[in-house]
Design a protein around this ligand. Sequence first.
Ligand SMILES: Cc1cc2nc3c(=O)[nH]c(=O)nc-3n(C[C@H](O)[C@H](O)[C@H](O)COP(=O)(O)OP(=O)(O)OC[C@H]3O[C@@H](n4cnc5c(N)ncnc54)[C@H](O)[C@@H]3O)c2cc1C
Length: 380
Amino acid sequence: MDLTFNDAETAFRDELRAWFDSHEPGPEPRHDEDAHWRWRRDWQRQLGAGGWAGVHWPQEYGGRGATLTQSAIFFEELGRAGAPLPADVLGLLLAGPTLMVWGTDAQKERLLPTILSAEETWCQGFSEPDAGSDLAAVKTRAVKDGDEWVVTGQKVWTSGAQYAKWCMLVARTDPDAPKKHQGLTYFVLDMEQEGVQVRPLRQITGESEFNELFLEGARISDDNVVGGVGNGWKVALTTLMNERAGLAFFLQVRLRQQLDKLIDEAAARGLLDDPVVAEKLGDLHVRVEVLRLTAYRGLTAIEKYGQPGPEGSLTKWMWSDTNQQLVQLAADILGADALVADSPWAYELLRARGNSIEGGTTEILKNIVAERVLGLPRMR
Ligand SMILES: Cc1cc2nc3c(=O)[nH]c(=O)nc-3n(C[C@H](O)[C@H](O)[C@H](O)COP(=O)(O)OP(=O)(O)OC[C@H]3O[C@@H](n4cnc5c(N)ncnc54)[C@H](O)[C@@H]3O)c2cc1C
């Protein structure tokens, strides 16, 4: 693993830093989710206008054609600049790259440009009440009616559905298929129609990032089938493979910043000499560094072998675990000060609970590591 940047990578980073020096998202709106969303969408527009929205997208689709390392640099620098992730992370990281692999020319032409410009945003309709981790168990049905499909079912935890124009929807089109992975189809669902109902779910933070999604007679034209009828499992795997691309670099930088903030808090309270606090801070320092190196190791694996190794599962698990430990230590160090409503730590403490569930639960990630890295027998 080579951790030094070549000349092209250094030039890319310098150009990006110069851009961040002259552009910024403005003050973060707090306690108003709609305003927060608009703030992140406006920031994505700025990134798009500067040619930085889809850095990893090929130039033919309006991206910058950045290499994997350049893409990692982008996410590190975004975090370092203290800027938020663009509003439509799901479009940029998941829907766009999936359409590039499986979409028809007409789908790419219609759908890709509006992702970059943040004109239309996306949500991911995978999880269902009885099939979150087990995507192949989805029950939402799509039944053919002329040159359209009629969809009935329920999705849950659908982040950003209240703002989305499009949904990456996995539905069952052949209930008689012999195996549950078969008979699934991947659709692009237009959210702005009768038959689509979005109901916000209130989270422990008080926000409603995600929603329940009720589909009753919603319609999808044949043109919006992605990758062929019955091929939904394979197309969905492409989406899932892209889920963590680049994000690890943003998250590890953010974690480092949070840790530095916590060290300042401990210092201000004269706690740096407390052996228990010092040991815990030291442990977190090592974890954050290991996370950074593992993220780079994952990058090297993709560059060498052309596909992601199990590092993506490791970094997601390590990040969520480390973040939860960090906010817990913040609560221990700050005591009641961490819990007052206006403390940013109170928000972090509550929001971190979801880290080990969202984007793949820790238990599932551990199964992947057990099977693919340690070679332990398959669970089922
Ligand atoms: C903040 C947040 C945002 C989300 N956004 C989206 C989104 O936009 N779109 C979307 O489709 N989904 C989204 N999700 C849903 C998320 O992907 C699911 O919650 C996750 O896949 C787990 O599914 P589940 O909640 O149904 O739990 P279940 O699958 O029912 O699991 C319950 C528990 O059992 C464990 N478990 C299940 N199967 C196994 C197994 N084989 N081995 C060991 N343990 C197992 C799980 O790890 C978990 O602890 C989001 C979740 C969160 C928290």
